[in-house]
Design a protein around this ligand. Structure first.
Ligand SMILES: [Zn+2]
Length: 63
C-alpha cells in the first residue's frame, strides 16, 4: 500500500510546469508521458533515494 507521490516537472518543450504522480513502490522508473499543454512526449525519470526523497527529471523524447 502506497499513495502516489506528487511531483512537479517542467516540460522540456514548452516550459510549462506540470504536476505528475509517481508510484513510490518503484524506486527507479522511466516512462513517457505526453505534456498536458503541448502534447509532446516527455521522458520522465523518477528516482527515490534511500531516504525516500523523490527526484524527477524530464527530458525531450527526441533531443
Ligand atoms: Zn509542453
Amino acid at each position: 500500500m502506497s499513495a502516489l507521490e506528487p511531483a512537479s516537472i517542467q516540460c522540456p518543450y514548452c516550459w510549462e510546469t506540470l504536476h505528475i504522480s509517481v508510484d513510490p513502490s518503484v524506486p527507479d522508473q522511466t516512462y513517457v508521458e505526453d505534456c498536458q499543454v503541448c502534447c509532446q512526449p516527455i521522458v520522465i525519470h523518477a528516482v527515490f533515494d534511500a531516504t525516500g526523497a523523490l527526484t524527477v527529471t524530464a527530458e525531450p523524447e527526441n533531443p
